[in-house]
Design a protein around this ligand. Structure first.
Ligand code: AMP
Length: 325
């Protein structure tokens, strides 16, 4: 049986550093570990429709995330990239899980409560998000799910659903584990809060170089003068720089901070160039892919075909277990 790693990103706008370091880089790390032999990577377009209501916008966002994923150095021999909406058994499994889990339990979801508190429309899709996510993970009997800290509770909900199903109908689901790395669990945005589209504090990976430079200059800092010693452990510029810099560059920067040998303005300039340099190979590859839509369609249809094959085998067994067959 395969040892499966699964991950997905919602197409709701351009990819930012939080998505990359929270969910994409861990995927790359795991793909270098031999114990995982299958990687299921999907564009979560069914999750998006509770907020993105315009068809062309959804299509454009979806294409963007596909390009973003393919511009990474994914090992396509063991990775299936696909659109969530191509998996026929997924909504059926969501429905089965809906009948297993209580409303009171789902009402505890932090993400749901936050979204409603922030004035988001509380449609059923938003409320049921964790159940669809549980189906995303469990349908393939995934072992591990690389995510940022914000998704930890959703993984716990998937674990609860798996256990409840197993005790109700007999052992079937593997209990999936989150893969959350301490240093990238919560990537901070320009204002020091969690980087998030809803806080308008993001740095997008593929925006223009000038726009990245301009955004970095807006990072909030305290008002220490250029020659005053600064605290590298308590600085929004350093919080991002730490994710990207090579160890020797990082220690030079930390010393300069402590000695008062660098201004925040200079530190921001270094950060902006480091971001651009870090993502340059991905930017180049993405540019090449833009000319190659046939190749992209082939990858997506092969990805969906192989994911559907696993999904179909499992849903047949699930139907048998619950008496639908
Ligand atoms: P979403 O855009 O909500 O679909 O998120 C896609 C992935 O990026 C999920 O695994 C999130 O946990 C992760 N993510 C989003 N924002 C951040 C952040 N600021 N820090 C760490 N991970 C994040």
């Amino acid at each position: 049986m395969s040892n499966i790693c699964l991950t997905g990103i919602k197409p709701t706008g351009a990819l930012h550093l939080g998505n990359y370091f929270g969910a994409m880089q861990p995927l790359l790390d795991l793909s270098k570990k031999t114990e995982f032999d299958k990687f299921l990577v999907f564009v979560a377009n069914l999750h998006s429709i509770n907020s993105v209501k315009d068809a062309n916008t959804l299509r454009a966002y979806t294409q963007d995330i596909v390009l973003d994923y393919l511009s990474m150095d994914l090992d396509l021999a063991k990775t299936n990239l696909f659109l969530q909406s191509e998996i026929r058994a997924l909504t059926e499994l969501t429905w089965i899980f809906n009948s297993l889990i209580t409303v009171a339990y789902l009402e505890r979801s932090h993400a749901y409560k936050d979204a409603v508190a922030n004035g988001k429309e509380a449609n059923m899709g938003l409320f049921d998000y964790p159940v669809l996510m549980a189906a995303d993970i469990l349908l393939y009997n995934s072992n591990i799910v690389p995510v940022g800290q914000d998704q930890k509770q959703h993984i716990e909900i998937a674990q609860t659903i798996a256990k409840k199903f197993n005790s109700q109908y007999g052992q079937f689901f593997i209990i999936p584990k989150p893969y959350i790395q301490d240093n990238t669990a919560i990537v901070k945005g320009l204002d020091g809060r969690k980087m998030s589209k809803s806080y308008n504090n993001t740095i997008e990976i593929f925006e223009s170089a000038d726009s990245i430079r301009a955004k970095v200059m807006k990072i909030t800092t305290d008002s220490k003068a250029p020659n005053e010693p600064k605290d590298p452990d308590n600085c929004n510029i350093m919080a991002i720089y730490r994710l990207l810099a090579k160890p020797e560059e990082l220690s030079i920067m930390e010393s300069k901070y402590k000695e008062g040998a660098i201004s925040y303005k200079e530190a921001k300039e270094i950060l902006a160039e480091t971001i651009l340099e870090f993502f340059q190979p991905m930017r180049n590859r993405r540019q090449e892919l833009l000319q190659n839509s046939e190749y992209i369609s082939e990858i997506l249809s092969k990805g969906a075909e192989e994911a559907n094959a696993i999904a179909e085998t499992n849903i047949q067994k699930i139907r048998q277990l619950i008496g639908l067959k």
